[in-house]
Design a protein around this ligand. Structure first.
Ligand SMILES: [Zn+2]
Ligand SMILES: [Zn+2]
Length: 129
């Protein structure tokens, strides 16, 4: 269906092969998809306007996977995407002069965790976090 093009930004990406080759990634990825499906199910079966994920369990599962990927697989993460506002912010943070030794570390970590998100969540969600 051609109309599906409109929703490309909301499609969940297929994880890369190296992600599924790592036991820890696979575990965290499965946890994330279980949360995602549970939230999607709730959206289908409850009234509009209800918060389907009041504890942000889906988001915390995504962040746990992103943190692991940033820590263990930094060299495999994609580069910043030119059209992504959050990538632009990360790049600017990295370009700032360090205030003191190591103060740029948080920016490196934040940037890696965000780049990881490009592999695991729809592009509509990477713009925000
Ligand atoms: Zn891993
Ligand atoms: Zn980005």
């Amino acid at each position: 269906m051609a109309t599906d093009d409109l929703h490309d930004a909301e499609l969940w990406p297929v994880p890369p092969a190296w992600l599924l080759a790592c036991d820890q990634c696979t575990l965290l990825y499965q946890r994330m998809t279980v949360m995602r499906d549970a939230v999607a199910e709730a959206e289908l079966t409850t009234l509009p306007g209800v918060d389907h994920d009041p504890f942000d369990s889906g988001l915390s599962a995504q962040l746990a996977l992103g943190q692991h990927m940033a820590r263990e697989h930094a060299e495999l993460l994609p580069d910043f995407e030119p059209g992504c506002p959050r990538c632009t912010t990360c790049r600017e943070d990295l370009g700032r002069p360090a205030m003191s030794d190591g103060s740029i570390g948080w920016a490196v970590t934040a940037a890696a965790e965000h780049r990881a998100r490009h592999l695991i969540v729809p592009s509509a969600m990477t713009a925000r976090l």
